[in-house]
Design a protein around this ligand. Structure first.
Ligand code: MOS
Length: 706
């Protein structure tokens, strides 16, 4: 046994509560004499509400309140600037309709069923306007956003055109990625309850502190009068970074009715009331000499943004740090559409950016007649090529080499269409992964009682990632107590402030705070002060290391795919990812994150697609029957290896972000395997059978299949 519990594959300490139903999610919360709210959403994509006729709904059995913009209480106005998740989120605050499926009314009744029935009786009439719903068709309206999370929207270095002209081989290809929908298992839900002028909201949020600010500012009440509780969360993925209408409307209705109100989105409403991943059009241009060294890289991104609220899908941001090349260009443009609000979804930017750039690298490898692993190795930079600073740690080469060896990459058919297994053509694909590493200030409070029982408190959340477990491990390790002697309390705005779960920064931000607070306790113990009623509250924050060093986590994906030559169906046969995420706090929960991300990558390559009805601007397949995600049969034998590592520049504990790393590049490995299998290159994700079949029917490919 190693002498530390850190890194060990400890089972989730909240696992039993979850599988026995003891864990209470926001929608499970009970209250005395509750009322239930159901949201009514718009049925036009753009326009103005003429009239909301609530007479019939109001008269329906059990109905206690019907709210629309005509009678909703005044709230703070929407703000475009500032922390996007802490902003006011006013609801039903005007007659304008910004997108199809926007909340336009709330019906509250004694039971959920009564509210659901009465919601159908609300009659809304509209002055409908022509909306813009097509990304490609509206590209002439694209504009340059002011900034990205990662810096400027554009970057350039050297002379791209000259560098591109120097290439012995070039790729100039456009890749498109579709809308993806946020639909974790747990629906977005809120239970709001007032006690005098004090409000408690149980809601499903990744960011308790931001939700706290957002709710208090919307209702224009002091922060200290609001408590936000998000103890268990059934999946976040970025879809629970913001709060939504359920939280605000529940709070407004509960105040008016002097009674607790619960509002839960329906599964179908999840597709429009929450955010989504924006569709993108990405042009990638690569040029390389016969030696396989890139002379030029360009990655230009166009993505959808809601007209009402800008969001930039920063798909080319990591391209700035990925491969060496003297001449470089990245650009981000957004196209405002009358669509629901796009926002972060697991590895925003990186996930879709690498669907493009990592497929382009594969295309270049074939043109150069070079192994695609080798092409990547030849373009490994010695420092960040655009920031001109060293990497904190970067083990991409090791990820590629280890993965190639473990996967049996040497058995890859070098000529597409040559490896057969019955009706299947079989191929291997590789793609690299890069994901920005972030850290934010966090405060932890640790207490130790006379029995040496340790309690950790933070407003951090566990969105299924394993936060409860890893912070217990950190505390047990620091204080030298068994993990059973540690209680971790998260998800309450009355606890010390953290950044919450987002951007893969949760563990790297909070673990050092827990560790430091434990060290304070230890100091007190050493000074003979305890045990018993010892308490320490410590804030931990990043320093200059994020300016002085280029910080990313890395990986390499290897996929084996079969393509059915008669149907065009592509099926994953096996997949391996090797990852560099610094120190791993728990090899079981971290592996689950990575494998989960890889599976989403497979879904991005083959399945997921929220289809827009171009006439009305709605997501047509807005349910889990029509919106496809991988099921078990789609993802056999997916495995992840984590390289041993420690990144002291990321934080004192040595970890880097892991939650969003697995999805990065994963789908490109599948796309590349499809090409290797059958010689069909599909640049329009997802790679569905109809697209592959069209490729298989081209004469050159037909010849292969005989
Ligand atoms: Mo993440 S997409 O910042 O939860």
């Amino acid at each position: 046994m190693p002498d530390t519990i850190l890194g060990q594959p400890i089972d989730r300490i909240d696992g039993k509560a979850k599988v026995t139903g003891a864990a209470r999610y926001a929608g499970d919360r009970r209250a005395e004499h509750p009322a239930f709210g159901v949201i009514v959403t718009s049925t036009v994509g753009r326009g103005t509400i003429n009239k909301v006729d609530i007479k019939e709904a109001q008269a329906a059995p059990g109905v206690v309140l019907v709210m629309s913009h005509e009678n909703a209480p005044a709230q703070a106005p929407f703000k475009h600037a500032g922390d996007r998740h802490a902003r006011p989120k006013p609801q039903l605050n005007g007659a304008r309709v910004h997108y199809y499926g926007e909340p336009v009314a709330l019906v509250v009744a004694d039971t959920f069923e009564q509210a659901t029935a009465a919601a159908r009786l609300v009659r809304v009439s509209y002055q409908t306007e022509m909306g813009a719903y097509d990304l490609a068709g509206n590209r002439r309206f694209a504009y340059t956003p002011a900034e990205l999370v990662q810096g400027k929207p554009d970057s350039s270095l050297g002379d791209f055109d000259k560098g591109f002209a120097q290439g012995a081989q070039t790729v100039d290809a456009t890749y498109t990625t579709p809308y993806q929908s946020h639909n974790p298992m747990e629906l977005v839900a809120s239970l709001a309850q007032w006690d005098g002028d004090r409000l408690t909201v149980h809601c499903a949020t990744q960011l308790v502190d931001a939700a706290h600010h957002s709710i208090a500012s919307t209702l224009r009440i002091p922060l200290e009068n609001v408590e936000v509780i998000s103890e268990f969360i059934g999946g976040g993925f970025g879809g629970k970074l913001p709060i939504y209408g359920d939280a605000i409307l529940a709070a407004l209705a509960a105040r008016q009715l002097k009674r607790p109100v619960k509002v839960t989105l329906t599964r179908q409403q999840m597709f429009s009331v929450t955010t989504h991943r924006a569709a993108t059009i990405q042009r990638v241009r690569l040029a390389a000499g016969t030696d396989g060294k890139l002379t030029a890289i360009a990655h230009e991104v166009m993505s959808q943004s809601a007209r009402m609220d800008e969001f930039v899908e920063s798909a080319a941001a990591s391209t700035r740090s990925m491969y060496a090349a003297p001449n470089r260009l990245t650009r981000h443009r957004v196209v405002p559409l009358d669509m629901p609000v796009s926002d972060s979804m697991r590895a925003p930017g990186d996930a879709v950016g690498q669907l493009a750039i990592e497929q382009a690298m594969d295309e270049l490898a074939y043109k150069l007649d070079l192994d695609p692993v080798e092409l990547r190795l030849r373009n490994e930079p010695t420092e960040d090529p655009e920031k001109h600073v060293p990497y904190s740690t970067r083990k991409l080469v090791e990820c590629l080499k280890r993965g190639a060896a473990e996967f049996g990459w040497d058995k890859r058919p070098s000529v597409p269409g040559t490896l057969k297994d019955g009706q299947w053509l079989v191929g291997f694909g590789v793609a690299a992964a890069i994901r920005g590493n972030y850290r934010r200030p966090a405060t932890a409070r640790v207490r130790m009682d006379e029995n040496r029982h340790v309690t950790v408190e933070m407003d951090m959340t566990d969105i299924g990632t394993g936060s409860y477990t890893i912070f217990a491990q950190v505390a047990a390790d620091a204080l030298g107590v068994p993990i059973g002697q540690v209680t971790v309390k998260l998800g309450d705005s009355s606890y010390p402030q953290t950044p919450g779960s987002g951007g893969s920064f949760g563990a790297a931000s909070c673990a050092p705070a827990v560790h430091d607070a434990c060290m304070e306790i230890k100091k007190k113990l050493d000074a003979g002060q305890g045990p018993g009623n010892l308490q320490a509250e410590v804030k931990s924050a990043p320093g200059e290391e994020f300016k002085k060093f280029s910080q990313y986590s890395y990986g390499a994906h290897f996929a084996e795919v079969g393509v059915d030559t008669s149907t065009g169906e592509a099926r994953l046969r096996r997949m391996l990812g090797v990852f560099d995420a610094g120190r791993i706090y728990n090899s079981k929960t971290a592996r689950s994150q990575l494998v989960g991300g890889m599976i989403w990558g497979v879904g991005s390559a083959l399945h997921e697609n929220a289809v827009v009805d171009q006439r009305y601007g709605l997501f047509v397949n807005h349910d889990l029957a029509g919106y496809h995600v991988p099921v078990h049969a789609d993802v056999p034998a997916v495995d992840a290896i984590m390289l041993a590592g420690f990144d002291g520049k990321s934080n004192e504990m040595g970890s880097k972000g892991v939650g969003e790393l697995g999805i990065c590049g994963a789908g490109a490995a599948v796309a590349n395997a499809i090409y290797n299998a059958c010689g069909v290159r599909i640049r329009d994700y997802p790679i569905t059978p109809d697209k592959v079949l069209r490729g298989l029917m081209r004469p050159a490919n037909l010849a292969q299949q005989r």
